[in-house]
Design a protein around this ligand. Structure first.
Ligand SMILES: [Zn+2]
Length: 254
């Protein structure tokens, strides 16, 4: 709980982003005046390689962002998804540095933005705030390491199940995941027909269904069984390093 301008602000009155909610009251007060609300629509471009990174974007609620690495043959490969457990833009670096990847809005919804200069100033004022962001950067690196290993050794089927589970977890366990076959193919770095084949076999087993532009998960336990353990490994690291930030709590309002 924090008191600002004589008002009591509960943690749940903050934007629905676990990193912002993890900050202690005085650390949150350092950044709160500079946060601005906005909405992101699916496929909105947040950064292109080489852009000056001047804003940190915090996905809130059902929103998801993703890091894409463009390749010389024109194909983009998605590396990691970031939901309300984190933030994108200038997380590892400090100050204005060019973006390395493309960062897009994957699932539309509310985002909160904070100028990097204000975040850097707050880090300079508070060791505990600096510590939360350093720990988040460590978790994000773990996610990237795991993603590299996953792409190298796990099957398309395991990775498909993992992506759907991880998108569900980061969006309140909603059984409708707004992913098309095309988007799934990009996540997996495979052709659309491969992605469709895996979806068809999961459909045949009653694990999921497809709707226009979305995947409907019928049997989350079965899907989890088919996934590799990469997402679990990342989740465990979050629990060690930043307990409570990876979404495991009941959805808001439940
Ligand atoms: Zn994996």
């Amino acid at each position: 709980m924090l008191t600002r301008r004589g008002q009591t602000v509960e943690v749940t009155d903050r934007p629905y982003n676990n990193l912002l909610r993890r900050l202690n009251a005085s650390d949150y007060a350092l950044v709160a005046p500079y946060l601005s609300d906005g909405d992101g629509r699916a496929n909105d471009l947040l950064y292109s390689p080489g852009d000056d990174v001047d804003l940190v974007h915090f996905p809130c609620g059902p929103s998801l962002a993703s890091y894409l690495v463009p390749n010389e043959d024109g194909r983009d490969v998605e590396t990691i998804l970031v939901g309300r457990e984190g933030a994108v833009g200038g997380i590892v670096s400090q100050g204005y540095l060019p973006a390395y990847t493309r960062i897009i809005v994957k699932f539309g919804g509310p985002f909160v933005r904070l100028p990097i200069s204000k975040l850097d100033a707050a880090k300079g004022q508070s060791k505990t705030l600096r510590n939360v962001f350093a720990r988040y950067a460590d978790c994000m690196l773990a996610q990237i390491f795991q993603s590299t290993a996953c792409n190298a050794i796990h099957s398309i089927e395991q990775r498909t199940a993992k992506w759907i589970v991880s998108a569900m977890e980061r969006t309140d366990g909603d059984s409708s995941v707004p992913l098309t076959h095309e988007q799934l193919a990009t996540l997996l770095g495979v052709g659309r027909s491969y992605a469709s084949r895996v979806i068809q076999s999961f459909k045949a087993e009653g694990i999921l269904d497809t709707r226009r532009g979305a995947i409907l998960v019928r049997n989350p336990q079965a899907l989890q069984m088919r996934a590799c353990l990469c997402n679990e490994a990342v989740k465990n690291h979050f629990e060690e390093v930043l307990r409570g930030v990876y979404p495991t709590e009941e959805p808001e309002g439940a």
